[in-house]
Design a protein around this ligand. Structure first.
Ligand code: SF4
Length: 331
């Protein structure tokens, strides 16, 4: 029996692509990727809906490394979609032999994304994947030259689609026709495509790229982030949930700030490359913590701070920072 490996994110396009091949009586196995920027939850849910066996590949380290210097650059935000797709296809291509599969499929749609899914970019992805002749794009196949798989009769080209462009209407109609009822609302991609997250990631890579690890990426999702000097960043929690999340992401070199006499935000001061922060940065961090406390209207607020393993807190009295000062450094 013919067998295909489908890149499967769980987004509607990947579901439709897999389903279009399944209904040709071709065995399909979904391959989903997990990294610091996306996980497998959606894929697992959607694979169950269409009876698709799913393999989750964690390529966190290699993917993170690629995002720091993508050969083909970034899209609108920090999304290196061309390199990312090529990397996924390369991983999946290398699994063809061990899974005894014949070819790869993806849910890419011609011209759906102006930079990463135009004809030229699809060609680059295909070439750089290392499996140029093994890639079929069922949703837009009719807009592309027939593949080897179609020429060899493994796949019936007349049952493939010629979708092109940004409109989601053809996919929604196809989902209805194929009986796919519940699917995630179309998002623009993974978190690398989100403007605010991208701004924080860009800042991290600019100031401390070599030390950026998956745990640092997780922290980008928590609290308010402020670039207070070239060597120092401050992260302030906004609520109890963020405080709990922060506890799991602390490093021993971070300096932790809290107000001493009232409730307020907890903050961590992070120095690029583990450098010792300047007194100016420490003072400003204290003033921000004072601003996000119950005593923010006072002229002077007592703030305590220490590294996690320090036996005792240090104390300072600071004037709460002004909103304008904070706006200037907010990421
Ligand atoms: S949106 Fe994210 S996961 Fe999708 S190709 Fe782009 S970088 Fe990769």
């Amino acid at each position: 029996m013919t067998k295909a490996l489908a890149l499967f994110s769980g987004g509607l396009d990947s579901v439709l692509a897999a389903k279009l091949i399944q209904i040709q009586d071709i065995e399909v196995i979904g391959i989903c990727f997990a990294s610091a920027f996306f996980g497998s939850k959606n894929a697992e849910k959607m694979a169950a809906q269409i009876d698709l066996p799913l393999i989750v590949v964690d390529f966190t380290e290699e993917h993170l490394k690629m995002t720091k210097n993508p050969k083909h650059g970034y899209g609108k935000n920090m999304n290196p979609c061309i390199d990312c797709h090529a990397m996924m296809l390369n991983y999946a291509g290398n699994m063809l032999g061990e899974l005894n599969a014949d070819f790869l499929i993806t849910g890419e749609v011609l011209n759906q994304r102006p930079m990463s899914q135009n004809k030229k970019s699809l060609g680059i992805v295909q070439k750089e994947s290392g499996f140029e002749d093994k890639i079929l794009r069922p949703l837009c196949a009719l807009n592309l030259a027939p593949t080897q798989m179609e020429n060899d009769g493994l796949v019936d080209r007349t049952k493939l689609m010629g979708i092109s462009g940004k409109s989601r209407k053809p996919q929604i109609e196809l989902a209805e026709k194929l009986g796919i009822k519940e699917y995630p609302s179309p998002a623009g991609g993974c978190m690398l495509t989100e403007p605010q997250f991208a701004k924080r990631l860009e800042d991290l890579y600019k100031h401390d790229m070599d030390n950026a690890k998956p745990i640092d990426i997780k922290l980008l999702r928590v609290g308010r982030h402020m670039r207070i000097s070239p060597d120092a960043k401050l992260v302030c929690t906004r609520n109890e949930d963020e405080y709990k999340l922060l506890q799991g992401l602390l490093k021993k070199e971070y300096i932790i700030f809290d107000t001493a006499d009232c409730a307020g935000s907890t903050a961590v001061l992070i120095s690029a490359g583990g450098k010792i922060p300047s007194q100016e940065d420490i003072d400003f961090a204290g003033s921000v913590v004072a601003r996000y406390s119950k005593e923010k209207e006072k002229d002077s607020v007592r703030v305590k701070y220490k590294k996690q393993n320090d036996p005792e807190y240090k104390y300072m009295n600071v004037k709460p920072a002004g909103d304008e000062e904070i706006r200037e450094v907010l990421l």
